[in-house]
Design a protein around this ligand. Structure first.
Ligand code: ACM
Length: 540
């Protein structure tokens, strides 16, 4: 990505933005576009004024409260039905979230017969199939909490809503005073888009498994279901590849500024995938190529056209490196890397990067993307690439990730689906204001309102709802060194992206959102999140 705001690249890109993105604030998409991704079979979406005490983010599709309450007590039990390992794990997850702050035992078991009054009941049996793969229905009465979904993922997302209906102190890891009341009523909810992602660049600065796990837990609370890991770049190679061990040993040995860097062993990476899976989050691996490859080129001389390995790189310029596309060994390298990562990856995606290949001649670049696309497919994965890949002829399953807009249209013209990450709205590494100590500003300043008030289906000319798989917010880490830095740049903007990806576009309103967001301040505090207290938000 562009790291030097004073460079010529910045002005070129700014011009591109103006030309390709529709530079207006969010407007409601026409009905024709609305229907493409909103479920046609569900109950019609009601425009819901969420009462001031209810602060669920992302805003549920439909909400009706009765004014009564359910209170969690020391006698509350959690039941799941049917008796399956996956549902028991989801029930266990709920119990583990609620036990520390309430100090209640909350025993969890498979239901046999009708659960006793006062219980929480999670079920997939007899649930409304029109809620889809991730939808759920949460019914709270003074006597019981019933969470029902056709699939376990829906139960998991419904649990996030349940957490948010409880007082913020429930997120605390030490016992807190109750009462632990939930508003009674019914929420029927399902996502607008199947892809609601965040990207973390672990190459410019490395972040270890414990940090990634903490991030996964925070993403889950807001129903984010993809974590894209940018695993390689000029400054570092971050995953063990057994057939090319020097990538991690040497290529992973430093980072921006010259720190020690690091990498995930395959075992650590597999554990991260499993952890994310237990939170219904798919990890999307990215190996950026043919540019952004200095760490690989420094690790193996044969990948360079001149056969000479360059030194490791710890600066922040972009666009200077390229794999040698004339050499067969390059394709063996790509095949080996994709093969090893694909074998670790239960998810269907492999991201090949493909951005900013300024050091690669265009005809070679195009041939490379087309060849790599088949390598990815041969290992059973669907290729994703930054929008530049749309200069190549794409397989119908390939996905382009839009970050500046112009080439995204080309992907759409080819009939491919896109993920929307417009830099001037969705890049988490952009500063909030000129005073933000971290981050860059080549795509502009992105305050909390700017991050919220746009719509993926209207932000770029020629790209509409029916072309869009979802939204993703990337965090590039040239200036981001610690977990506290990650949290500061990510929260609260990510909550807005979560709502853009999940909630119906109609009725999304900044004034209503900012008061709801304000009520998450104490929840984020209880979670220990280092978030930016934007003056645009009435924090409570
Ligand atoms: C990018 O920001 N280079 C995708």
């Amino acid at each position: 990505m562009f790291a030097n705001p004073s460079s010529q690249k910045y002005s070129a890109l700014a011009a591109l933005f103006a030309a390709t993105f529709i530079l207006t604030s969010c407007r409601t998409p026409p009905e024709a576009l609305m229907s493409a991704h909103t479920r046609e079979t569900a109950t019609p979406i009601r425009k819901t004024a969420i009462t001031p005490t209810i602060a669920v983010i992302p805003r549920p599709a439909s909400v009706a409260f009765t004014g009564e309450t359910f209170t969690l007590t020391a006698d509350t039990q959690i039941f799941v039905e049917p008796d399956s390992p996956e549902l028991l794990a989801v029930g266990q997850y709920l119990a583990e979230r609620l036990r520390p702050a309430t100090a209640y035992p909350l025993p969890m078991q498979a239901a046999t017969g009708a659960p006793p009054p006062g219980s929480i009941y999670l079920t997939t049996s007899g649930s409304d199939p029109t809620l889809g793969e991730e939808g759920y229905e949460l019914t709270v009465t003074p006597q019981a909490v019933i969470l029902s979904a056709p699939y376990p993922a829906g139960l998991f997302w419904g649990i996030q809503t349940l957490r948010q209906l409880l007082p913020p102190a429930v997120e605390s890891l030490t016992p807190q005073a109750g009462p632990w009341t939930l508003p009674a009523g019914t929420i029927r909810d399902w996502p607008r888009f199947p892809w609601r992602g965040m990207m973390l660049d672990v190459s410019r600065h490395f972040f270890g498994p414990a940090e990634v796990r903490r991030l996964i837990d925070l993403l889950a609370l807001y129903k984010i279901n993809r974590l894209h890991l940018h695993l390689s770049d000029d400054q570092g190679w971050r995953i063990e590849i057994r057939s090319w061990p020097n990538l991690a040993f040497h290529g992973g040995s430093t980072q921006v500024g010259g720190g020690p860097g690091g990498y995930y062993t395959q075992e650590e990476y597999a554990d991260l995938i499993a952890y994310a899976r237990s939170r219904y989050i798919i990890i999307v691996p990215e190996i950026d190529m043919p540019g952004h490859t200095n760490a690989a080129l420094a690790s193996y001389p044969e990948l360079n056209c001149d056969g000479v390995a360059p030194p490791l790189y710890t600066g922040t310029e972009v666009g200077f490196s390229s794999l040698c596309l004339e050499k067969e060994v390059t394709y063996r390298f790509v095949d080996d890397v994709v093969s090893e990562i694909a074998a670790l990856t239960p998810g269907p995606y492999f991201h090949i990067g493909g951005d900013e290949a300024m050091a690669t001649p265009l005809p070679q670049y195009i041939a490379f993307v087309e060849r790599v696309q088949h390598i990815v497919q041969s290992h059973g994965k669907q290729m994703i690439g930054w929008e530049e890949i749309a200069q190549a002829s794409l397989l119908s399953t390939s996905i382009a990730q839009v970050w500046h807009g112009g080439m995204g249209r080309e992907a759409v013209r080819q009939g491919n689906r896109v993920i929307m990450s417009p830099a001037f709205k969705a890049y988490l590494d952009m500063k909030y204001t000129p005073d933000t100590p971290l981050g860059l500003h080549w795509a502009g300043y992105i305050e909390v309102r700017d991050a919220y008030e746009w719509d993926p289906a209207t932000v770029a000319e020629g790209i509409g709802e029916e072309h869009i798989l979802g939204v993703e917010a990337p965090l590039w880490t040239e200036t981001i060194q610690t977990m506290a830095d990650i949290e500061w740049m990510t929260f609260p903007r990510l909550m807005g992206y979560a709502e853009i990806g999940w909630s119906p576009a109609s009725g999304r309103d900044w004034e209503e959102y900012r008061s709801r967001l304000g009520r998450h301040g104490s929840r984020l505090e209880a979670l220990g999140v280092n978030f930016y207290r934007s003056p645009q938000v009435p924090w409570e």
